[in-house]
Design a protein around this ligand. Structure first.
Ligand SMILES: [Zn+2]
Length: 86
């Protein structure tokens, strides 16, 4: 009898194509959460640079929590030109 140890099956492993970090097999995104956020951030950044959008509009446009957008702003991710963020 060869007891089967509950080792992880390589066929079940999924890795982020962006950074190579392992992601849960059940995870539905293409890339890992960190890369997803980075990609989203880049999109939002580009959007802000071309639109005169408020944080609320950005949150709606990208279907992300307003708190996430505000968090990015508070952390200085975005340099907003003239309109105050509300
Ligand atoms: Zn990644």
């Amino acid at each position: 009898m060869n007891p089967q140890f509950p080792t992880e099956e390589p066929s079940n492993a999924r890795f982020c194509p962006q950074c190579g970090q392992r992601v849960p097999r059940t995870y539905r995104g293409d890339t890992c959460p960190a890369c997803e956020e980075e990609a989203l951030y880049q999109q939002v950044k580009a959007y802000i640079e071309t639109h005169n959008a408020t944080a609320t509009q950005v949150a709606q446009e990208f279907h992300i929590p307003l708190a996430q957008v505000k968090d990015w702003i508070e952390n200085g991710y975005f340099v907003y030109r003239n309109t105050p963020w509300h």
